[in-house]
Structures are given as structure tokens and as C-alpha cells.
Design a protein around this ligand. Structure first.
Ligand SMILES: O=P(O)(O)OC[C@H]1O[C@H](O[C@H]2O[C@H](CO)[C@@H](O)[C@H](O)[C@H]2O)[C@H](O)[C@@H](O)[C@@H]1O
Ligand SMILES: O=c1ccn([C@@H]2O[C@H](COP(=O)(O)OP(=O)(O)O)[C@@H](O)[C@H]2O)c(=O)[nH]1
Length: 471
């Protein structure tokens, strides 16, 4: 089978390989795919260098090479902090009010994509298949094609694709979309994001799509929804670890007569933390009987701290959590435990299992793996209840959660009351349905379905003129 070449902004380091705590399910699944065929995972080292050299840091084991490059500080500012996280991230999460349109960011984004292409191209052999990940690297396929690479190339977007009219607010949007059309398979998390993409192609570019195949400039491109999931077996192992059990006991011992509502999110405005706290405050105001009987454990590790909108949200949350605690706390009860610290994944599973309710209320989210991890970590005999935003990609298949509009404090508050008083039989019934989805639509299914489609491109099935018998 042909080798796999993975390209993403962040890569999983060999140090972490086999180390379940530091590797997410995504990294484990992708590393496993790489080990099956041999291959390379290429990306940014996370380090900077004064002048870009293209020198590759390589670590190889089990037929897999992890190859990274250092970027210049200006690259990181313009590509990662700039175009990726100040332009595309807010726009693709429907926050045009936060999106910054700066030509320098666009230039830096294209420069880094050129640098990635120039560095990785010499490592690629003609029989390899290439899988590029996420919004940082949309034009990479096009840059590789310009270097003469004819390999099958797939692209998967981990975040939402915005509605057509929002997309057209991006200066030079067509240039970006035309670059994505150099891939043979283009994948999204949900049918909603896929529909938005198709709408753009049809309305803005006048293209015709036949089922899930777009014919563009003589090439057939497969468009699909591939919902990402978790590694259920890995999670089952983690929940039995010492760390998980300690984390479980810590939560339960710290408040023996209180119910626990948990939130776990990168500190990101897309996660709806302000609205969540406001919903929780509304709940405390309207259901005073719950005072002293429940607390919200919000884990929110800081993220992308060099981007000012992230600093702003952090300040707002510090203030809001302080105000809510100031207004409602007693000597022996604090309604919100707000923790700006990242926890290892095994410990998190213990927190999930110790919790009665999860509040997963992003304003927009490509998928949201925390929702799936919470479900998988529950005790089947006494499962907790998932409250889930209808605007998370995860909601498309997790309709048995309590679905809420995260902008509505009334809905969050009502859902909290319903979850906290839900009879065991209903909790079990809902959990079983959700757990079935989480176990079935797992990370292996996601990876294998995408790669099967990419390998079909390899077999030339996606080309407009298929090879004839004589070929
Ligand atoms: O690399 P960072 O800038 O620190 O950000 C972390 C990752 O955030 C985003 O995650 C997305 O992918 C998840 C898995 O598919 C999905 O569940 C979630 O909804 C998305 O927000 C980002 O897309 C990744 O590239 C980042 O590494
Ligand atoms: O303190 C933390 C908080 C989160 N996570 C992990 O980070 C991932 C977050 O993924 P999700 O899809 O929910 O959102 P993203 O941050 O990728 O937008 C999940 O696997 C969490 O278990 C973690 O390991 N430690």
C-alpha cells in the first residue's frame, strides 16, 4: 500500500508516541495509519528561528518519520497568529466582527504555505498519498501541484466552513477557494459545513456538483462529510488509570453533597464561555433551591495568548466568574470553580466520570471532542447528562443530548434544571443512544473512511477520464 504523507500545523512528536496521556485520539489514530504504511508527518516544530533555513528536524521510528521545520517570528505572527487565528478562525466561526483583514497576514500565510511546500516536496515519492489538515494549510495542495506533484491529495477541515455570504466577506476569498480545489478529496466534519461549501461553489463559481463529485477543470473532486470521533478503547483504558481515579475522588471528596456540572474548553471565544456563565448565573437566580447543592467546574486552559481577542476573553471571564461567585458564594460554597490550567487527558476522564452534567455550549465548533469524551467516560449504571449546543458539529449525530441554543441563558438554565433532576431511567436511555454514536463514529471510522476515498483517487476513480483497458 502506498505511503501516507500527513501535513498539519501541529504534529505529534515521537516522544509522545505510545504515551496515551499526551496524545489525543486524533494523533493516535493518525500515527497508527502512518505505521501501517510507513510515511511522514510533517509540520511546524512550534519553534522559531531568526532566518528560515528549511532545515528539517527529523525523528524516525517504526517506518514513520516525524519531520518539522522552524519558522521565523514574522511567519508565526502573520501565518499562525495572523491569517489563521485572526482572520480565518473568527470568520469560519461566524465571528466576522472579530475577523481582521490585513494584507500582511495574507502574504505571510501564503509565504508559509510556500515554505511548507518547498520543504516537504523533496520528501514525497510519486506513489505516496498526501493528507493535509486544517485551515492553516488550505493552499498547500496547490503549492505542491505547482511543484509538479501529481499524487492523490486530500484535505480535511477541522473547523466549520462558513455560510456563503460570510465567506464572500473575506477579501480574495475566491483565491483561497480555488486553491482548495486542487485536492482530490475535500472533507468536512458535518453535512452543514459541507452544504455551505457546496453553496459557495454553485452560487459564487457557477459550478455543477453531481452527487458528491465536483468536476472542475477536467478533474473529479470528491466532497464529503467525515465526522471525527474519539478512540473509545483508549478512553476506556484511561478511565481506569490511577490519575483518573484520583481525579474522580478529588471531585467527589471536595463536595460530597453537591452535584457537579463540568465544562472543559480551550479558552476561546468560540466555546461560548461568557454565555455559559451567564446561563449558569440565570439558573442560580431562578432556581435558588440549588444554591449550595451544585457547582460548576470549568476547566479552561489558556490558548493562543498572543492574539488580543484571546486576552480580552480571558479578562472578561475572570471578571464574570468573580462577579458570580461574589454575588452567590457562601462561606462553605463557591458556585463556580474556574480553573485556567490544562489537565492531562487521563485525569480529565476522572473529572468527566465524577460529574453529573456536562455543559458543552460552543457558539460554533467544528466537532467538539469533549462532548464525546464525556459520554464515553460515564458509568453506564449511573450516567451523567450531556447538555450540548446545537451549533457544535457534534450535535448533528448527538440528538439525544439536551440540545440548547448557547445564546439563550433561559435555555441553558432550563436544561441545567432538567439535567440535574432527570430520572435514572431517562439518563440511561439517553446515554445509551449517545454512547452508541460515540463508539460507532469513532476516530478509526473517520480516518478509514477518508483514506478509503483518498485511495480511490489513487486508483484514478476520481479522474474525469478514467484509464482505458489499454492503459
Ligand atoms: O493548535 P491550537 O491553535 O492550539 O488549537 C488547537 C486545535 O484547535 C482546533 O480544533 C478543531 O479540531 C477538533 C478535532 O477535529 C474539533 O473537534 C474542534 O471542534 C476544532 O475546533 C483546530 O482546528 C486544530 O487545528 C488545533 O490544533
Ligand atoms: O485541560 C485540558 C483540556 C482539554 N484537553 C483535550 O483537548 C481536546 C479538545 O478538543 P475539542 O475538539 O473539544 O476542541 P478544540 O480545542 O480542538 O477546539 C480534547 O481531546 C480534550 O480532552 C486536554 O487534554 N486537557
Amino acid at each position: 500500500m502506498s505511503r501516507l504523507i500527513l501535513v498539519s500545523n501541529r504534529v505529534s512528536t515521537p516522544k509522545a508516541r505510545g504515551d496515551e496521556v499526551s496524545q489525543g485520539g486524533l494523533a493516535v489514530a493518525l500515527s497508527a495509519a502512518l505505521r501501517e504504511t510507513g510515511g511522514i508527518w510533517f509540520g511546524w516544530s512550534g519553534e522559531t528561528i531568526e532566518t528560515f533555513s528549511g532545515e528539517i528536524n527529523r525523528q524516525s521510528a517504526d517506518g514513520v518519520t516525524i519531520a518539522t521545520v522552524d519558522l521565523e517570528p514574522q511567519d508565526v505572527d502573520e501565518y499562525y497568529n495572523g491569517y489563521a487565528n485572526r482572520t480565518l478562525w473568527p470568520l469560519f466561526h461566524y465571528r466576522i466582527d472579530l475577523a481582521e483583514f490585513d494584507l500582511q497576514f495574507g502574504a505571510g500565510y501564503e509565504r508559509v504555505n510556500d515554505r511548507f511546500a518547498a520543504t516537504v516536496a523533496p520528501l514525497i515519492e510519486p506513489d505516496d498519498i498526501i493528507w493535509v489538515h486544517d485551515y492553516h494549510l488550505i493552499p498547500l495542495g496547490q503549492r505542491l501541484r505547482r511543484k509538479g506533484l501529481r499524487n492523490p491529495m486530500g484535505f480535511f477541515l477541522h473547523i466549520p466552513w462558513p455560510p456563503y455570504r460570510l465567506m464572500t466577506a473575506l477579501p480574495f476569498h475566491r483565491r483561497l477557494v480555488e486553491s482548495i480545489l486542487e485536492y482530490d478529496v475535500i472533507g468536512f466534519q458535518t453535512s452543514e459545513w459541507l452544504d455551505s461549501f457546496r453553496h459557495y461553489l454553485v452560487t459564487e463559481m457557477g459550478l455543477k456538483i453531481d452527487g458528491d463529485i465536483l468536476v472542475y477543470r477536467g478533474r473529479r473532486i470528491k466532497l464529503g462529510a467525515y465526522p471525527i470521533g474519539i478512540d473509545g478503547a483508549q478512553l476506556d483504558r484511561m478511565v481506569t488509570t490511577h490519575n483518573a481515579q484520583e481525579a474522580f475522588k478529588t471531585v467527589r471528596r471536595s463536595a460530597p453533597n453537591q452535584k457537579t456540572v463540568i465544562g472543559v474548553d480551550r479558552l476561546d471565544y468560540s466555546k461560548g464561555l461568557i454565555e455559559r456563565f451567564q446561563g449558569y448565573r440565570y439558573f442560580l437566580e431562578h432556581y435558588p433551591d440549588w444554591h449550595s447543592k451544585v457547582f460548576l467546574l470549568q476547566i479552561a486552559p489558556p490558548s493562543r495568548g498572543e492574539v488580543h481577542t484571546y486576552e480580552d476573553i480571558r479578562k472578561q471571564l475572570d471578571e464574570l466568574s468573580g462577579r458570580i461567585n461574589g454575588a452567590f458564594a457562601h462561606v462553605d460554597w463557591v458556585p463556580i470553580r474556574y480553573v485556567n490550567q490544562a489537565y492531562p487527558r487521563d485525569g480529565l476522564t476522572g473529572f468527566y466520570r465524577a460529574s453529573d452534567v456536562a455543559l458543552v455550549t460552543p457558539l460554533r465548533d467544528g466537532m467538539n471532542l469533549v462532548a464525546k469524551e464525556f459520554v464515553a467516560a460515564q458509568d453506564p449504571e449511573d450516567p451523567g447528562v450531556l447538555i450540548l449546543s446545537k451549533f457544535a458539529g457534534a450535535a448533528e449525530a448527538m440528538g439525544r443530548a439536551l440540545l440548547v441554543n448557547p445564546h439563550s441563558k433561559e435555555q441553558i438554565s432550563k436544561a441545567l434544571e432538567r439535567a440535574l433532576t432527570m430520572p435514572l431511567s431517562e439518563r440511561r436511555d439517553r446515554w445509551e443512544a449517545l454512547n452508541d454514536v460515540v463508539r460507532k463514529e469513532d476516530v478509526t471510522a473517520w480516518r478509514d473512511t477518508f483514506l478509503a476515498d483518498l485511495r480511490q483517487a489513487e486508483d484514478k476513480l476520481f479522474f474525469a477520464t478514467p484509464p482505458t483497458a489499454e492503459h
